[in-house]
Design a protein around this ligand. Sequence first.
Ligand code: AMP
Length: 180
Amino acid sequence: MNHITQRLHQTIRTVPDFPKPGIQFKDITPIFLDADLCDDIATQIINRFQQQNVRIDAICAIESRGFFIGILIANKLRVPLFPVRKAGKLPAKTKSYTYELEYGNATLEIHTDVVKPGWQVMIHDDLLATGGTAMAAAELIRAEGGSVAGFSFIVELNFLNGRQKISPYSNCIVSLVNYT
Ligand code: AMP
């Protein structure tokens, strides 16, 4: 286990039965108490993309826990960031994508004036579970004329196979800590 993975394991808190019985919620908020750790997460994600020679024109940060590290990554790379948000939160003209959850469904939205033609976009969220959320963001970016440079997450819940769901969009999928 490398140094950053070890620090993340020590920092992320597992809260049982939140928000409902049976869910082991990975609480990443303690990460943000540690400025050096935040910086190292963003640097590590950028390094992994650079090792694979992946060009990044912009960052798509997924509401809401994707915003924290997403903006650090964008700022270090000096590239634009735009959010993908839950339905009804973005004020200007939007496009939406509805996807299935375990129970019911959810809708994500993107502003229609943010993606420039041909942009290669890194999609960032705090955690990869089933992959439905990241896939919805990928669909929105494609619908807007961009392409998916890759995906980055702090945490991956490997047993939910999200990687399989999103790999058709890009094979550059970076996560820093895995739970199997
Ligand atoms: P999914 O669409 O199933 O990949 O779920 C990913 C989204 O749900 C992310 O935005 C996470 O913040 C959140 N999420 C799903 N499962 C968990 C979990 N066990 N702990 C914390 N967040 C979770």
